[in-house]
Design a protein around this ligand. Structure first.
Ligand code: FEO
Length: 170
């Protein structure tokens, strides 16, 4: 496997692993705060990010490269509000989109059309995930600290089906 492609894909593994880990921390925080719907949504998001990571691990290894599973960062992860959780989630998604674009750019530079084709699933996925994160954040800004609004928000997220967004219908 082309070394430059292998390196940038390994960097992407790290980005997906970091998202999964952060979303897990968010889910646990939300659960402790009593936001069971938000927690359910975030646990599911965390699982989906792990699937994104695994897909890359298998792709690299099957093509003769070596996937590198990154160590966990020792930085503490903490939150003060739902707004902060979803602001961080949105920023994460924007950063992941930026790094996916970098992978695609390098694929074209290296004329690696197989990896370029493989990455198109991630491009489409990010478009939806970023839009979803922005949408949720906008809703939270409208709700502010209104307790009734937050109650309904929590209930809505509990029933939110992300399968089509995060798994591309797979
Ligand atoms: Fe797999 Fe939401 O980045």
């Amino acid at each position: 496997m082309n070394k430059r492609i292998e390196d940038v894909l390994n960097k992407q593994i790290k980005a997906e692993a970091s998202s999964s880990h952060h979303y897990l921390a968010m889910a646990s925080w939300a659960e402790v705060q009593g936001y069971s719907g938000v927690a359910k949504f975030l646990y599911r998001q965390s699982d989906e990010e792990r699937q994104h990571m695994l897909k890359l691990v298998r792709f690299i290894n099957e093509r003769g490269g070596e996937a590198i599973i990154p160590p966990l960062s020792s930085d503490a992860i903490s939150f003060n509000s739902l707004q902060e959780v979803f602001e961080q989630l949105f920023e994460h998604e924007v950063e992941v989109t930026r790094s996916i674009n970098e992978v695609v750019f390098i694929c074209l530079e290296e004329k690696d059309y197989t990896t370029h084709n493989f990455m198109q699933w991630y491009v489409a996925e990010q478009l939806e995930e970023e839009a979803l994160a922005r949408d949720i954040l906008d809703k939270l800004k409208l709700i502010g600290n209104d307790k009734g609004g937050l109650y309904l928000f929590d209930r809505d997220l509990e029933n939110f089906n992300t399968d089509s967004v995060a798994n591309g219908g797979q």
